[in-house]
Design a protein around this ligand. Structure first.
Ligand code: FAD
Length: 294
């Protein structure tokens, strides 16, 4: 399988955006069967460039991430990226995981700090890393992977000094050896363009992929928004209020909104799209079809 930086370099010579799909580990056997039997085969019809799988999020077991990326690569011949977080790991544990990732033929890592459990404050694990930048440096020195890092168009929620200070940390993290950057979800494209301009002025040359979430459920998106600090624009929030409990209409609005968002991002130079699929296929397929990318 391939480095994402090479896939992107090849696609950009033909003017095509790089499209990636993010999944999370399933909680049940039925969820896994549905994913491999229906969801992923449906999404593969859109010919995505790669898939990524989250690590430790939502209470799932950490081993699952590697099993899923492995299975996606083997059964669907699709390049994958395993997410990896520093939290609650020593350096030796990280090395053991990275050795296992390599053994399974996975070429790409999204190097993250991770978040503490609700109610806990962030603290560095003894013998581990404090920030994602240290994980990036470690991977570059001791392993051979393509490395992605996370970015926050509205600034990271913990960075009380504000978004520009967070972006200074981001630039330092990129300089430790990242190949690509993927943003947290956002709903106002101006935030993405502001970050893109900042990085460009700082001399960053690697691609900044916007993270897009098609809204399917108003309560769920409000919860995500509070957790990660991605603001819902007034017009968008008001429309969700109007649609109330009408889940079909909310899903259609989510598709319409994300399609318009993606169209503007690509028209104004975004290098591709990273979809937070929530392990579902319909909305992402519809958006890619609307954009002429499926
Ligand atoms: P860092 O880059 O380490 O930044 C964390 C905070 O520390 C920021 O506020 C930053 O400004 C600050 N900081 C950084 N460097 C310094 C420094 N030198 N001095 C002082 N402050 C500093 N979480 C999961 O648990 N599992 C996942 O699979 C997962 N996947 C994700 C995928 C994407 C695309 C994104 C955008 C996020 C994902 N997350 C995931 C969430 C992520 O782990 C959290 O948002 C986390 O709080 C920050 O991670 P980071 O890698 O950006 O951390």
């Amino acid at each position: 399988m391939r480095f994402i930086r090479d896939i992107h370099a090849e696609k950009s010579t033909t003017g095509q955006p790089t499209v990636s799909l993010e999944f999370f580990p399933f909680k049940t056997q039925a969820g896994e069967s549905k994913f491999f039997g229906k969801t992923l085969p449906a999404l593969m019809t859109a010919k995505p460039d790669y898939a990524s799988v989250t690590y430790g999020a939502g209470g799932s077991t950490r081993e699952k991430t590697l099993e899923i990326v492995d299975q996606i690569q083997k059964e669907f011949s699709l390049t994958t990226m395993a997410h990896l977080t520093c939290i609650k790991h020593t350096r030796d544990e990280i090395d053991a995981i990275l050795d296992e990732v390599k053994k399974r033929g996975i070429q790409n890592i999204l190097a993250l700090r991770g978040d503490p459990s609700p109610g806990e404050d962030w603290s560095r694990t003894e013998g581990g890393f404090e920030f994602a930048s240290e994980l990036v440096t470690h991977i570059r020195r001791h392993h051979d992977f393509g490395v992605a890092v996370a970015a926050f168009p509205e600034g990271h929620i913990d960075c009380i000094e504000g978004r520009e200070v967070d972006w200074q940390h981001l630039v330092r993290k990129i300089c430790c050896g990242a190949d690509i950057i993927i943003t947290q979800m956002f709903f106002n494209n101006a935030d993405y363009f502001r970050l893109a301009d900042y990085l460009s002025e700082a001399g960053v040359k690697i691609p900044l992929f916007p993270g897009i979430i098609p809204v399917a459920n108003a309560a769920q998106i409000r919860k995500f928004s509070t957790m990660c600090g991605a603001k819902l624009p007034e017009v968008f929030a008001a429309r969700l209020d109007e649609l109330g409990d009408d889940s079909d209409a909310t899903q259609e609005y989510g598709i319409e909104y994300a399609t318009a968002q993606c169209r503007e991002l690509l028209d104004r130079g975004a290098p591709g799209l990273h979809f937070y699929t929530l392990n579902k296929s319909r909305a992402v397929l519809k958006i890619l079809t609307n954009l002429g990318l499926a």
